[in-house]
Design a protein. Structure first.
Length: 106
């Protein structure tokens, strides 16, 4: 199954804490939140069930840490292409955003 990773910043501009519990996109068959950690010198990637973000705080998604696993793209990914992203919060609200496809690592 083809997969990519999504990086960026999720900012909580609300005056109350929020908890991200799911992610999705029409551009991918499956989108999940993951975290890479090093345990006993071994890098491990695990799904994250929820991501709490305090009021006014941000969560950075980056290589070697929190990131989105973007699996089974619906179309070819080309640099600069804009793709939809929807985050679902614990209280049932959704937040729409955009992913921009970057250059493939060489």
């Amino acid at each position: 199954m083809p997969m990519s990773a999504g990086y960026g910043v999720i900012r909580n501009g609300c005056k109350v804490p929020v908890v991200v519990v799911a992610a999705g996109s029409k551009a991918f068959g499956d989108v999940t939140l993951h975290e890479t950690t090093v345990v006993d010198g071994i890098s491990r990637m695990r799904p994250v069930k929820w991501l709490p973000i305090a009021p006014g705080a941000s969560a950075e998604l980056k290589p070697g840490g929190l990131h989105l696993m973007l699996m089974d793209p619906e179309a070819r990914l080309t640099a600069g292409k804009q793709l939809p992203l929807r985050l679902t919060l614990e209280d049932g609200r959704t937040v729409d955003g955009t992913l921009t496809v970057g250059e493939a690592p060489r």
